[in-house]
Design a protein around this ligand. Structure first.
Ligand SMILES: CCCCCCCCCCCC/C=C/CC(=O)SCCNC(=O)CCNC(=O)[C@H](O)C(C)(C)COP(=O)(O)OP(=O)(O)OC[C@H]1O[C@@H](n2cnc3c(N)ncnc32)[C@H](O)[C@@H]1OP(=O)(O)O
Length: 291
């Protein structure tokens, strides 16, 4: 109750004309409660934002979470944030990748919104001029790996977690822009071997091929390393940094700018195929049974 009251008070303080009077509290508490936030943002004294994915149990990426993440990045850009550290509220999963429930027996409109939100949020993260670091404090398969790869630097808690683009193991093909991200990090040869096998890497293996940049033993260390990485840019002229990042990431940016509609169409056509739908149903069932 104390938490609800605190939240209500914070809400009232944010609105110009409302005061946190007992009447207001009574009225407000009778209306529908706001849905919980799926992404939280904390900006420290140095102006570095920790953006935390908070969709238990596994941070699977549904439209709502992706939308909130996209908005958070835009807000942080507008506020001239010094850095973004992307992490998870879970102790064992960074993100389980795309929410399979968004793709299983979908309504056409929802499916289209889901994929375009993914495209837009990915592009926002991939091309933002703000220095970005993934503090990977748990497993990061498929779309979870994509989020981490879209950041400039990856610090991962090890040794027991895994990361990779495992799509072929699921019988699907990672979209081209997922592949570009992997090539950015590990080079074409390692990317080809990783993607064709759908390999999930242990933290040490990921470090060995450059899929992550640093292995640490807990989340606090991951955040500290992320802060250190971001701090080095204090001395770099921001315009030069921004133009360099934009230029070096040109392949991925251009790909999405020129192919977003075709990419959406390919996704929409593929997902509704009966064999894919059957596969998704079986995969969901298998996940339940493996518990
Ligand atoms: C099958 C692929 C689908 C794509 C078909 C569409 C074709 C179009 C092609 C276009 C390309 C699409 C690109 C896709 C990229 C992706 O990201 S696909 C998602 C791939 N992700 C995974 O395969 C991860 C699956 N999850 C796990 O391996 C594990 O959950 C975990 C290691 C992350 C965590 O393990 P653990 O802590 O033991 O939790 P669980 O008990 O397994 O799970 C808890 C709970 O969450 C549900 N869940 C897990 N992952 C997802 C998910 N990705 N989406 C939705 N739900 C998920 C799981 O079922 C459990 O639910 P219940 O508690 O049983 O209800």
């Amino acid at each position: 109750m104390a938490v609800v009251c605190r939240n209500l008070r914070a809400f009232a303080q944010k609105t110009s004309s409302l005061r946190c009077t007992p009447n207001f509290l009574r009225l407000y508490s009778q209306s529908k409660p706001a849905p919980p936030k799926l992404v939280t943002v904390d900006v420290d004294k140095a102006g570095v934002a920790t953006v935390t994915l908070d969709r238990p149990p596994v941070n699977s990426l549904n439209t709502g979470l992706l939308e909130e993440l996209g908005v958070a990045i835009k807000d942080l850009e507008a506020n001239k944030t010094r850095g973004i550290i992307l992490t998870s509220s879970s102790n064992s999963v960074f993100s389980a990748g795309l929410d399979i429930l968004e793709m299983y027996e979908p309504k056409k409109q929802n499916l289209s919104l889901f994929w375009t939100t993914l495209q837009n949020t990915w592009l926002s993260l991939y091309r933002t001029s703000i220095p970005t670091v993934a503090a990977i404090n748990g497993h990061a398969p498929a779309g979870g790996c994509l989020l981490a790869l879209s950041c400039e630097y990856r610090v991962m808690v090890g040794p027991k977690f895994t990361i990779g683009l495992n799509e072929t193991q699921l019988g699907i093909v990672a979209p081209q822009w997922f592949m570009i991200c992997m090539k950015d990090a590990v080079g074409r040869r390692q990317a080809e071997m990783a993607l064709t096998a759908g390999k999930m890497f242990s933290t040490q293996e990921a470090l060995n091929i450059g899929l992550i940049d640093k292995m640490v033993s807990n989340k606090e260390e991951a955040i500290a390393e992320a802060q250190k990485f971001i701090a080095q840019f204090a001395k770099i002229p921001p315009l030069a940094r921004r133009m360099t990042k934009e230029s070096i990431r040109q392949e991925g940016i251009k790909y999405m700018e020129e192919n977003a509609i075709d990419d959406l169409k390919a996704f929409m056509d593929l997902v509704v195929q009966p064999n894919i739908q059957k596969g998704l149903g079986m995969y969901l069932e298998a996940m339940k049974k493996s518990k």
